[in-house]
Ligand binder design. Structure first.
Ligand code: NOJ
Length: 765
């Protein structure tokens, strides 16, 4: 039987900093036969209510205060807890289980550790922009270590929803628009977070989400539905989930959307036929927050009991944050609508993952003895600042550098302007777990330290994030998340313009607040808010060289600003050490190497816009414009910045492609290019390989990313990069939904972005 976890060490562990592994890693090889015996014996001892209790996942909060949880624990009515993040808090509940409950089945504790727990790293979209699997593995490992040391056993991550929709606020949480890049990043995260086993002292179990297709919600509107052809689904949207599960993820979180009319939570085909029978997933499925209840709103369940019946039969093991399983399963079993075997099956999955987390051997595995709790959970020594700074710098994408306006010199007078220049909260981005805003470094702090007394740094806020009162109210719904300056927009702008006039060069930190690129944060307009657009226009009028530092969680429409600024650096939300990392790049201490994991459109009206689209019967050719071809008459078809794009302070040239045959069974061709650093600085770049099948039984994308490599080159240095293409790389799901590799000609394209590539063709076989 296939184990849920990789049995061998899958990461180059030597890569990580030694302190992370100060404690020896204890290999945890799961013997599934022993586990099955153990779980079967335990199931026999459990009452129906205790089994149903194991299926309940509770969020600690106003709805379920700790006193209620204690009573539930005592009665065996809860299987796991989330949203509690300190060892003392977690210990209390595990103590209650061990002291008060009949069977002493340990709870597991989960949290949204998506890009860091205490140390916050760049948002996943930024991590994807690094195209650097070692950097991403570092993030996964440190996040897991900090989470495990806070007593957690599971994280609701990674999020591998491919999305072509920048309107969707959750674009920030995923790895972008591409299937391959998302698959690689998701796999890296799973392997890094779980390590040898989630039972290790410094590992946690992952829960891949949101299964499935959540990134394709119609119109990018949050919680909306998805309608998609099977070919598109299997070719572009499902592989990242499958890859992350094959990497051994113990959990899957089920998405809130419907797929071709059937909500994922009610989708037997998705959760049982595909996930269990075809993909052989052995771990646990968890519904998303309140999703079982929502089956009534979806119009597929008539009442709560019906919703529960449908969800458990579809394959939902654990219900998140609703009481429906506990309220209705007993009656459903009594009436025969749900069988004991179905309850046992779900309970078995929960007990299996607890076994794999090592909780039956030691319920305090991630807690340790009482006296070992950190005195100060947020202690500075618990942070991994050096790694956060390094990864953040690698995630930055230089979009524009007119006449080498960057890097800046640490001399003269520099003005820093913008509502995001000194925001400790926003720079952490969405889902910043237990990160503490006060511990994050803003761009103002970073630049101050960088220039020290060598240059004069002036600062003006310049505008609010937005002056739209409705949006301000939305962003501040639960807490004062965005500061609204009491000065008028004109006063703020005038101060900024006066500041800019005193400077030799102006850096502007603009973009979105944390809450604008989050769950439930869909936008119909993906430009910078008007207050910031007006500010940029006013500052531009001073004639000073203008560098925009973008902080945001999605591809934006920056067409207007692209025409105004000499330099543009995309920094996403770069985390605890963001301010240092951005300064490192602005001043040239680090040469930028990030590449866009999403296409930047010219306008929201072009959406969806993604690089691996299908050809049309009437392609538009701008050199011979023809009315009856596929285009908008008011805007170019092309993006503002394409997928895979990003500049460096040096330049790279790529030689023509050389192809060689590979003789192994699955191997097809070895494609090589020689990349030369043709500039004057050392630098790294991402060499990207795309494939195109020009004639097939179904129309195939104009190009698809199949491989990439990050390389570092000294000035004048050349390296040959070779990619091995396998038969699998040529395959696709045909009209009959069969995976086929059709003989014929293929185009291979290699370059340092998706547009500027060398091309060569070959015939297969
Ligand atoms: C709802 C979100 O959709 C999901 O991603 C998250 O993990 C859960 N809430 C728990 O916070």
């Amino acid at each position: 039987m296939k184990s849920m976890f990789p049995k061998a060490i899958v990461l180059p562990l030597t890569f990580f900093c030694a302190t992370l592994f100060a404690e020896p890693i204890e290999p945890q090889v799961i013997n599934e036969t022993q586990r099955d015996h153990f779980v079967s014996a335990l199931l026999k001892k459990m009452t129906l209510d205790e089994k149903i209790g194991q299926l309940r996942l509770i969020s600690v909060g106003p709805e379920t205060p700790k006193s209620t949880i204690k009573e539930m624990i005592e009665k065996g009515q809860v299987g796991a807890i989330f949203n509690t993040v300190t060892r003392p808090d977690i210990r209390v509940m595990q103590d209650q289980v061990m002291q008060l409950s009949r069977l002493k089945i340990p709870l597991f504790f989960a949290y949204d550790v998506v890009h860091g727990q205490r140390t916050i790293f760049p948002i996943p979209l930024g991590l994807a922009a690094s195209w650097d699997t070692k950097a991403v593995a570092t993030v996964g490992r440190i996040s897991a270590l900090e989470a495990a040391q806070d007593g957690l056993n599971m994280t609701w991550a990674p999020m591998v929803d491919v999305s072509h929709e920048p309107r969707w606020g959750r674009s920030s949480e995923g790895f972008g628009e591409d299937t391959y890049l998302t698959s690689i990043m998701g796999k890296t995260m799973v392997e890094a977070m779980q390590g040898n086993s989630p039972a290790d002292r410094n590992s946690v179990m992952t829960s891949v989400k949101h299964f499935a297709l959540y990134g394709a919600v119609e119109g990018g509107r949050e919680y909306n539905s998805v309608d998609m052809s099977p070919q598109q689904m299997f070719q572009h949207y499902l592989p990242p989930y499958q890859t992350a599960l094959q990497a051994g993820s113990g959990g899957v979180m089920v998405s809130l959307n419907a797929i071709n009319g059937v909500p994922a939570t009610a989708n037997h085909w998705l959760l049982t036929d595909l996930l269990r029978h075809q993909w052989h997933f052995k771990g646990i499925t968890v519904s998303d927050h309140g999703a079982i209840k929502e089956l009534i709103n979806h119009g597929v369940a008539s009442d709560p009991a019906d919703a529960v019946r449908i969800a458990i039969k579809a394959g939902i093991d654990m219900s998140m944050s609703d009481q429906y399983y506990s309220q209705y399963l007993p009656g459903l079993v009594k009436s025969g609508a749900v069988t004991v075997a179905e309850v046992d099956n779900a309970t078995r999955h929960v007990l299996n993952v607890k076994y794999d987390m090592g909780l039956f051997r030691d319920a305090y595995r991630h807690l340790g003895p009482v006296g070992s709790d950190p005195q100060d959970t947020n202690a500075e020594e618990r942070l991994h600042r050096a790694q956060a700074r390094d990864v953040a710098a690698k995630s930055l994408v230089l979009l524009k550098n007119w006449h080498n306006v960057l890097p800046l010199k640490k001399q003269g007078t520099i003005a820093l302007i913008g509502p995001l220049a000194d925001s400790q909260r926003d720079i952490m981005g969405s889902w910043s777990a237990a990160g503490v805003a006060k511990q994050s470094v803003t761009l103002l702090q970073g630049m101050r330290e960088a220039v020290a007394n060598r240059a004069t740094l002036l600062y003006a806020r310049g505008s609010n994030i937005t002056d739209n009162a409705k949006v301000q109210a939305f962003l501040n719904l639960y807490e004062p998340a965005v500061v609204v300056d009491s000065r008028s927009a004109k006063q703020l702008r005038d101060e900024a313009v006066a500041t800019a006039k005193k400077a030799d060069v102006v850096v502007m930190a603009v973009g979105e607040s944390q809450g604008m690129a989050h769950e439930a944060s869909s936008r119909s307009d993906i430009r910078l808010p008007k207050a910031q657009r007006d500010l940029i226009t006013a500052v531009k009028a001073t004639g000073k060289p203008l560098i925009l530092v973008l902080m945001n969680g999605r591809a934006l429409d920056i067409t207007q600003q692209d025409g105004q600024a000499e330099g543009i650096l995309e920094t996403w939300f770069s985390g605890t050490e963001g301010g240092h990392a951005i300064s490192d790049v602005l001043f040239g201490d680090v040469n930028p190497s990030g590449k866009l994991p999403v296409t930047f459109p010219r306008s929201v009206g072009q959406l969806p816009l993604y690089y691996n689209h299908l050809p049309t019967g009437r392609p538009y050719d701008f050199t011979h414009p023809n009315k009856y071809t596929s285009h908008y008459f008011d805007i170019n078809n092309s993006p503002l910045y394409p997928f895979g794009f990003g500049l460096s302070y040096t330049t790279f040239s790529v030689s023509p492609i050389t192809l060689a045959s590979i003789s192994s069974e699955q191997g097809v061709k070895a494609a090589s290019v020689t990349v030369t650093n043709s500039g004057k600085r050392a630098g790294s770049t991402i060499v990207q390989l795309y494939l195109h099948d020009p004639v097939a039984s179904i129309s195939r994308p104009v190009k698809e990313l199949k491989a990439f490599q990050k390389i570092q080159l000294q000035p004048g240095e050349s390296k040959t990069v070779t990619f091995a293409l396998s038969k699998n790389d040529l395959g696709f799901w045909n009209q009959q939904m069969k995976w086929v590799v059709e003989p014929g000609e293929f185009d291979v394209m290699i370059g340092t972005d998706s547009v500027h590539t060398e091309t060569k063709s070959f015939t297969y076989p």
